[in-house]
Design a protein around this ligand. Sequence first.
Ligand SMILES: [Zn+2]
Length: 380
Amino acid sequence: MIQRSYKYRLYPSKAQSVVLTEMLGAFCDLYNAALQQRIEAYRRQHKTLRYIDQANELKAVRTVDERLAQFSYSAAQQVLRRLDKAFTAFFRRLKTKAKAGFPRFRAKSRFDSAELRVGDGLTIRKSKRLAITGIPGEIKVKWHRDLPAGATVGTAVLSRSAGKWFICFQIALPDQVVQPRDGASVGIDVGLTSLVATSDGNVVKTLQWTKHAAKKQRRLQRALARCKQGSRRRLKAKQRLARHKAHIANQRRDVLHKLAWSLVDRYALIALEDLDVDRLARSMLAKAVHNAAWGQLRRFLEYKAASAGTRVEVVDPRGTSQTCPQCGDRVTKTLSDRTHICLCGCVMDRDVAAAVIILQRAQGMGPGTGLRSPSQRVTA
Ligand SMILES: [Zn+2]
């Protein structure tokens, strides 16, 4: 089965959005109460409560809590699952001695989503509107694309982001056997000044709006910092900042989707570097990597490729920017060297040279003769 998610914007009426907010509030209270219960159980009896313990009490809780009772039962169960997941992750971190971070109480203003089961807490009506347990009437949806035919819709995540409402359907599609196709191959390097560079010499420019967007973001952040704590102006400034961030994220996603499609469309083999994005993001390259949105592009490429019969090969990233694609010699470059110049006469854009190396590695060939394996000659 292939898992996909399809997200749509909701347009609830004023009255509906009030109740939706109440629903998230009720779930937030449930989350906090369940967290409190776990803490107390441990403190008093040294007992670790599990999901099943808390889920068994849910019926009783709903008989006394009218507000919670009007909303979907399965969605309330999911709230308890969410807390359970937070604890599981906490215990896992304890074991690995990572910074543990005990699960926290959540603020209503930040409790922004609920998981609903389709056909139970949420139904898609004939009118193509949504009915959600506890919400009056039917909610208007902007179906900007159809749900795929033959899909099984399991759950849907209702979310609130910067004052807008969304529904994200989690869908399972039957595995398609897609024949790998023939065609051209390409290596792709994450550029530093470019977004990506391809082994056939294309350099996709860093998205133009990023500089302006970053500038605007800093301005909005400064404006927020000047507002007094708890004031109405601060709330407004916060909303403006959140809207701006959501807008940038949308634009970026859109650009990356298009780029991924065009690559998958043109090539039968795509070679990528296996970059540890988390580690890079913490290093000095943080900004460039974030802007390049490498992780996101890689995810898009991988799943689009799977349904198009394109192969994605991930290769060892070590030394890709320091190796000559023509003779295989090591050519040391600093971050500011934009051009690859080798004694063998090979001159090309630095990122393009790296992309060629990546492609060579994916094809199991070394530079030049193609006889030696690339891993033997890379030292960095
Ligand atoms: Zn060379």
